[in-house]
Design a protein around this ligand. Structure first.
Ligand SMILES: CC(C)(COP(=O)(O)OP(=O)(O)OC[C@H]1O[C@@H](n2cnc3c(N)ncnc32)[C@H](O)[C@@H]1OP(=O)(O)O)[C@@H](O)C(=O)NCCC(=O)NCCS
Length: 151
């Protein structure tokens, strides 16, 4: 999986998120264990570890999506590297309703506000998702990139 580059100065205009039942916000430090356990259960240990790093930052560099008091998605930035987006994931049952896009845009806007002109999607899985939602482009020669030789 290659990395992808995102110009943050050119993000798509944000239309109001039309889903009253879903809240998307930055995670709070006291939510750390709940969030990490959810990420490990729904996805994997590696993503849970990256998520833990996001909780060591201030402000916490992890956004979460909540519906009816339960987590349905998450997105982190500045975990494996500065300027990197990821990991991110939405519960299978909640996909296709714009939650992944909202989480992604929250992180991109946060990185722009923190002073970056570009963001990097680290080891982008669904390339079409990032191309479509934020105009990301593949970075040549970036596979396996920073993850080379990972245990
Ligand atoms: C990728 C992911 C976060 C997207 O979340 P989502 O809430 O389903 O995404 P959205 O509903 O905001 O989708 C926005 C658009 O991207 C498209 N899209 C979503 N997931 C896609 C995928 N995996 N591949 C290609 N296109 C995708 C949607 O069809 C939608 O297009 P539309 O606006 O034309 O309908 C989710 O599919 C997921 O958790 N995948 C498994 C984990 C993963 O791969 N994470 C990324 C690691 S880099």
């Amino acid at each position: 999986m290659s990395d992808m580059l995102v110009p943050l100065y050119n993000l798509p205009a944000r239309s109001p998120y039309n889903n009253d039942s879903v809240t998307i916000r930055r995670a709070l430090a006291p939510e750390k264990q709940v969030v990490i356990d959810w990420v490990k259960e729904k996805f994997n240990q590696r993503w849970a570890d990256e998520c833990e790093v996001a909780f060591s930052r201030q402000p916490v560099s992890c956004f979460i999506a909540i519906e009816e008091g339960k987590m349905i998605g998450f997105a982190c930035y500045e975990s494996t590297c500065r300027n990197f987006f990821g990991p991110t994931g939405v519960d299978e049952l909640a996909r296709g309703k714009g939650v992944g896009t909202e989480l992604l845009l929250e992180c991109m806007e946060a990185m722009y506000a923190e002073g970056y002109a570009y963001a990097i999607i680290g080891g982008a899985g669904p390339k079409e998702f990032y191309e479509k939602t934020i105009g990301a482009i593949e970075i040549p020669g970036s596979k396996p990139g920073i993850y080379k030789g990972m245990l």
